[in-house]
Write a protein that binds this ligand. Structure first.
Ligand SMILES: NC(=O)c1ccc[n+]([C@@H]2O[C@H](COP(=O)([O-])OP(=O)(O)OC[C@H]3O[C@@H](n4cnc5c(N)ncnc54)[C@H](O)[C@@H]3O)[C@@H](O)[C@H]2O)c1
Length: 444
C-alpha cells in the first residue's frame, strides 16, 4: 500500500480512538503540522523547497511566512506555491508575526549566519542550505548561538543521499578495503555549469566564500562522512587562470553584449521564460544581473584549486576542483590496507549517458568486483527527494548517518576556509585554530 493511502485509511479508522499515531493526529488536526518559514526565495527555494514540499509533505508541514529582500521574487514565490501565508521583506517582522517552529535559510551564502542566529534566538530550529556560512568568525557565532539557545541546526547535504554515494558509504563501513589510508578526489565542473558560478553572485568571494566553500563544502562533507573522521590540517593552492580578467573582451551581461558572436560563453537568458520571470523581471528591485559576464574583472574566486587534507585518523586526501572542463563529474579513489575502491561519476557529458554509474572494488592479491548503480534519477542523483523525505516525514531512522547537524555543516566549510586561508598565506592551516571545534579521530 502506498504511504499516502495508508495514512488516509488509518486516519479514518483511528478517528474515534484516543491514541493516534503522529501522522494521523496531524492529518486530523492541521494545527499540528510543522510551521515553517523561508528566507531567500531564489531558484533553490523555488525548485526544491517550495511547491514540491507542499505537494508531497502537505500533511506534515505548512508554510507560515516567506521572506526575501526582492519583493518581485517574493510575490512570484507566493503565487507559484499557491499559499496564503503572509510575505515579508523584513525578516525580524516575519519571525515576530509568524513564530515559525522551523526556519529554512535559502538566501545568498554570506547572509546565512544572520538568519540562522536570529532565527534560533527568536525560537526556531533551523534547516539551512549549504554552505552553513562563509568564514570562521560567522561559523563560531553560529556555534555559540546554538549552544546559547538550545535550538538546533540541520544542514541540507543532499549529496549524502544519492544511492551511488550510499553504496560507497556501505562498502567503506563494511571494511571492504580494510583501513582507509588515503583518498584521491578530483571534481570537474564543465564550461556550462562551471561557468554559471562566474556569471552569478558566486563570482565574488565576499558573497559565496569562493568555490572552496560554496561548492566544495559538498565535497568536503562527503569526505568527512565517508572517511568517518574530522579534517585536522589543510594546505592548498588556487588560481584564477581562465575566467574573469583572462580574456581580451568583456561586458556587464550577455543580453546587451556587443561580443556575442565571438564569445563561447554567450548565454541568451531571454530564451528561458522561467529565468526571465525569476530574475530579469525582478532586476528593477535589486539590480542583480543573472546573465552576468564570465569575463568580469571583479571576479575574485579561483577556477582551479588543489587541496591536501590530513585527517585526525591519519587519512591523507588529495582533492582538486577545476571549473572549465569539457564534461562534468568526478573521479574518486579510496586506498586501503586490503584494497582499493574506485568510482568515476559522469554528471553531464557531451556523449551518450549509460544509465548507471560504476563502483570498482579491487582486493589486494584478490578479485575485482564491479557494482552498477542506476543514475537515471534527477535532482542530484535522486538525493534531493530522498533528503526531503528524511526531513519531513516523521519517525525516520538514520542508519547511514545522512542527517547532517551543525558540527557536520561547520566541518564541511572549515576545510574550504582553511584552504582559502592557506592559499592566501602560503602556510598549512590547522582546523582547530579556526573555531572552538576540535577534530575527532572518529565521528561520535
Ligand atoms: N544543496 C544544493 O545542491 C544547492 C543548490 C543550489 C543552491 N543551493 C544554496 O541555496 C541558496 C540559494 O541559492 P540560489 O541558487 O537559490 O540563489 P538565488 O540567487 O537564486 O537566490 C537567492 C535569494 O536570496 C535573496 N536574498 C539575498 N540576500 C537576502 C537577504 N539579506 N534577505 C533576504 N533574502 C535575500 C535574493 O533576493 C534571492 O531571491 C544558497 O545558499 C546556495 O548555496 C544549494
Amino acid at each position: 500500500m502506498k504511504r499516502r493511502n495508508f495514512i488516509l485509511q488509518t486516519s479514518t479508522v483511528l478517528a474515534g480512538s484516543a491514541i493516534l499515531p503522529a501522522t494521523a493526529e496531524t492529518l486530523l488536526n492541521p494545527a499540528k503540522k510543522k510551521r515553517i518559514a523561508i528566507v531567500g526565495l531564489g531558484v533553490r527555494a523555488t525548485g526544491m523547497w517550495g511547491k514540491s514540499v507542499l505537494e508531497k509533505y502537505g500533511n506534515e508541514v505548512e508554510f507560515v511566512g516567506l521572506c526575501d529582500i526582492n519583493e518581485g521574487r517574493l510575490r512570484l514565490m507566493k503565487s507559484g506555491m499557491g499559499v496564503s501565508c503572509p510575505t515579508f521583506t523584513d525578516f525580524d517582522k516575519m519571525m515576530r508575526d509568524t513564530k515559525p517552529e522551523i526556519l529554512m535559510v535559502m538566501s545568498v551564502d554570506n547572509t546565512h549566519h544572520e538568519f540562522i542566529i536570529k532565527g534560533m534566538e527568536m525560537g526556531a530550529d533551523i534547516i539551512t542550505e549549504k554552505p552553513l556560512t562563509t568564514d570562521e568568525t560567522k561559523c563560531q557565532a553560529i556555534l555559540e548561538a546554538e549552544k546559547r539557545t538550545g535550538k538546533n541546526v540541520r544542514v541540507t547535504f543532499n549529496y549524502r543521499y544519492s544511492p551511488h554515494r550510499v553504496k560507497i558509504y556501505e562498502l567503506l563501513r563494511s571494511n571492504a578495503i580494510g583501513k582507509i589510508t588515503s583518498v584521491d578526489f578530483h571534481w570537474y565542473l564543465d564550461t556550462n555549469h562551471g561557468a554559471e558560478y562566474f556569471r552569478r553572485w558566486h563570482r565574488l568571494r565576499e558573497k559565496g566564500g569562493s568555490l572552496l566553500v560554496h561548492k566544495a563544502s559538498h565535497h568536503f562533507d562527503l569526505l568527512n562522512w565517508w572517511i568517518d573522521s574530522d579534517p585536522e590540517e589543510v594546505f592548498a593552492y588556487g588560481a584564477l587562470e581562465f575566467y574573469g580578467k583572462n580574456n581580451s573582451f568583456r561586458h556587464t551581461h550577455c543580453r546587451t553584449c556587443p561580443h556575442t558572436k565571438q564569445c563561447d560563453f554567450f548565454w541568451d537568458i531571454t530564451k528561458s521564460p522561467a529565468m526571465m520571470k525569476l530574475y530579469v523581471e525582478n532586476e528593477k528591485y535589486d539590480g542583480y544581473l543573472r546573465d552576468g559576464c564570465v569575463w568580469k574583472e571583479d571576479i575574485d574566486i579561483f577556477d582551479k584549486m588543489a587541496v591536501q587534507i590530513k585527517y585526525a585518523n591519519k587519512v591523507q586526501v588529495s582533492y582538486s576542483l577545476t571549473a572549465y572542463s569539457p564534461y562534468e563529474g568526478y573521479r574518486i579513489s579510496f586506498n586501503g590496507t586490503k584494497g582499493k575502491l574506485d568510482a568515476w561519476i559522469k554528471e553531464r557529458q557531451p556523449w551518450e549517458e549509460e544509465g548507471f554509474d560504476e563502483i570498482q572494488l579491487t582486493s589486494n592479491f584478490g578479485k575485482r568486483e564491479i557494482f552498477k548503480i542506476s543514475n537515471t534519477e534527477g535532482g542530484h542523483g535522486g538525493g534531493d527527494e530522498r533528503m526531503k523525505q528524511h526531513i519531513f516525514l516523521p519517525n525516520q531512522t538514520d542508519p547511514h548517518r545522512q542527517a547532517a547537524g551543525l558540527r557536520d555543516g561547520a566541518l564541511a566549510i572549515l576545510t574550504g576556509i582553511a584552504a582559502r586561508n592557506s592559499i592566501d598565506s602560503g602556510k598549512p592551516i590547522k582546523i582547530a585554530d579556526l573555531t572552538s571545534i576540535r577534530p575527532q579521530v572518529k565521528k561520535a
